[in-house]
Design a binder for this molecule. Structure first.
Ligand code: KIV
Ligand code: NA
Length: 274
C-alpha cells in the first residue's frame, strides 16, 4: 500500500523530514521508488521540462493523466501526487471532474492545487469526497502573469496572508502544503504553526520536507537553473558523452560487436541466397 495522508502526519510528528521529487514517466518512477523516495509529484512542470513550453499554463488534463498513469505504474509504495492544471479547478464541478480523471485514470493518490482562500471551499469539497489534496502557496507558477517570477511574501501583509492561507487550507483538509519561493524564516514559522507537513522548494531547510524538479536535481536542465535547485548529478553530461561514444562507434563500424550478432546456419543462408 502506498503511504497515506495519515503517514505524512505521523512523519511530521516524529520529526522525520520528507523527501519529494517530481517524476513524469514510468522509468523515472521506478528509479525513484528504488531510491526510497516516499513522495512523487507528477508536476505540471512537465509542460516545461518534458514538452518544452515556456510556462506550465498550456498543460492539459489529458497531458497530466497520461504522465500520471505512466508514473503510477512504476511508483511502488510511494504516494503519487498529481497537479491539477491551470484553470481546471476554478469551480467545484470542474475540480471534481479533473480529480476524478487524475485518480481514476491517472491512478494518483492525491491532487495538488495552487492557491489560498480562493480555493479553500474547493479543497474542502474534494477532501469531503475522499480525494486527498495537497496545497501550494507562495510562488504559484499558474498565476505567474499576475504575481511575477519572484520570491513571495517578503512584506508583512503578504507574509501574514500566507500564514492565514496555510491555516485555512489545513482547516479545509489538505494533507500537506508546498511552499515555493518563500523567505526561509517565514516558511519555518508557518511549518511550526501547522499540523500537516510543509514541503519546501526555495523555502529553506525549516520546512518539513523538500521537493525538487527531477531535471534540476539530476542535471538535465539546460540553461538557467533556479538558485534553490539541488544538483546531485550531471546526467545531461553523462548522457551526451554516452551518445557521443555510441555515434562514434556506429560511424567506425565497431558497434554492434560480433558477439552481439544473431547466427544463421551457413547452409540455410546459402539456400536462401542461391
Ligand atoms: O510542477 C511542479 O514541479 C511543482 C513543484 C515545483 C512543486 O509544482
Ligand atoms: Na506544479
Amino acid at each position: 500500500m502506498p503511504i497515506t495522508p495519515a503517514d505524512l502526519l505521523r512523519m511530521k510528528q516524529k520529526g522525520e523530514r520528507i523527501p519529494m521529487v517530481t517524476a513524469y514517466d514510468y522509468s523515472a518512477a521506478r528509479i525513484a521508488a528504488r531510491a526510497g523516495i516516499p513522495l512523487l509529484l507528477v508536476g505540471d512542470s512537465l509542460g516545461m521540462v518534458m514538452h518544452g513550453h515556456g510556462t506550465t499554463l498550456p498543460v492539459t488534463l489529458d497531458d497530466m493523466v497520461r504522465h500520471a498513469a505512466a508514473v503510477t505504474r512504476g511508483s511502488g509504495d510511494a504516494m503519487v501526487v498529481g497537479d491539477l492544471p491551470f484553470l481546471t479547478y476554478a469551480n467545484e464541478a470542474d475540480a471534481v471532474t479533473a480529480s476524478r480523471r487524475m485518480l481514476a485514470e491517472g491512478s494518483v493518490h492525491c491532487v495538488k492545487l495552487e492557491g489560498g482562500a480562493a480555493i479553500a471551499p474547493i479543497v474542502r469539497r474534494l477532501t469531503e469526497l475522499g480525494v486527498p489534496v495537497m496545497g501550494h502557496l507562495g510562488f504559484t507558477p499558474q498565476s505567474q502573469h499576475q504575481i511575477g517570477l519572484r520570491v513571495q511574501a517578503k512584506q508583512a501583509a503578504a507574509a501574514k496572508q500566507l500564514l492565514e492561507d496555510a491555516l485555512l487550507l489545513e482547516a479545509s483538509g489538505v494533507c500537506a502544503i508546498v511552499l515555493e519561493l518563500v523567505p526561509a524564516a517565514l516558511a519555518k514559522a508557518v511549518s511550526e504553526r501547522l499540523a500537516v507537513p510543509t514541503i519546501g522548494i526555495g523555502a529553506g531547510a525549516g520546512c518539513d520536507g523538500q521537493v525538487q524538479v527531477w531535471h534540476d536535481l539530476l542535471g538535465l536542465t539546460e540553461g538557467k537553473v533556479p538558485r534553490h535547485a539541488g544538483r546531485y548529478a550531471e546526467l545531461g553530461e553523462v548522457i551526451a558523452a554516452a551518445l557521443g561514444r555510441y555515434a562514434e562507434d556506429v560511424r567506425a563500424g565497431v558497434f554492434p560487436k560480433p558477439e552481439q550478432d544473431a547466427a544463421i546456419d551457413p547452409q540455410e543462408l546459402q539456400r536462401a541466397l542461391g
